[in-house]
Design a protein around this ligand. Structure first.
Ligand SMILES: N[C@@H](CCC(=O)N[C@@H](CS)C(=O)NCC(=O)O)C(=O)O
Length: 211
């Protein structure tokens, strides 16, 4: 498949990092456009929601990182990032949603800014707010990963799936927001394995040009 891909990205965004890992695993070539290098207002013109990342596919801009991951998975089949078994695929997708729908949003800059500026919370309060939802969410992820742990070093077995691509970048963010993972040994085991894999290393925030 030969699409021209341009990823609008910033180094420190976990949603951008998910997509960078997928493209690296599939060895798909793409151009990176660093959002913070764009003129003021330009990114909101390109992506009406104004959230990072955006992916231009032959000039057609797609938002929402999960839609990008699904597009990449459907377009470049190898290595497969969803299991063959439909029930297992549903499990992987559910795991992804636990992170990107239920944990990630409450810690985003925009949510915490609104809590500070709209509701008068301190920075410490906003971190406590996020910490509550992160602890609840990671406790559930820990239960799942404890049940799959014998199957391989990734979330769901011997090979990476979309679950790993969503989990690891959010752990980078969560760590930066003060989350302590010592109570989540199965989560930490997956993290320890993934972060030394070349695709994860190359996509990590510290290895981006705008880091
Ligand atoms: N559901 C969206 C979330 C995107 C998102 O929240 N991106 C963050 C960066 S990780 C962002 O744009 N943050 C800016 C802000 O919160 O103001 C997706 O998965 O693409």
């Amino acid at each position: 498949m030969s699409y021209k891909l341009q990823l609008y990205s910033v180094a420190a965004s976990s949603a951008c990092e998910r997509v960078r890992i997928a493209l690296a695993l599939k060895q798909v070539k793409y151009e990176t456009i660093i959002i913070t290098d764009l003129p003021p207002g330009e990114f909101s013109r390109i992506n009406p929601q104004g959230l990072m990342p955006a992916l231009a596919i032959d000039g057609q801009v797609i938002n929402q990182s999960m839609a990008m991951l699904e597009f990449i998975e459907e377009t470049w089949s190898q290595p497969a990032l969803l299991p063959e078994d439909p029930v297992r695929r549903a499990e992987v997708r559910a795991f992804c949603q636990m992170v990107l729908s239920d944990i990630h949003p409450v810690g985003t800059n925009r949510m915490r800014k609104k809590l500070r500026e709209g509701f008068g919370l301190s920075e410490a309060d906003t971190l406590e707010w996020y910490g509550h939802w992160a602890a609840t969410g990671f406790a559930a992820l820990e239960k799942i990963l404890t049940s799959t742990r014998g199957e391989g070093p990734y979330c769901f077995g011997a090979h990476p799936t979309l679950a790993d691509l969503v989990l690891i970048p959010h752990m980078h963010t969560a760590h930066g927001l003060g989350i302590d993972f010592t109570g989540f040994p199965s989560v930490m085991a997956v993290f320890g394995h993934c972060v030394v894999q070349p695709a994860f290393v190359g996509a990590a925030r510290e290895n981006q040009p705008d880091a």
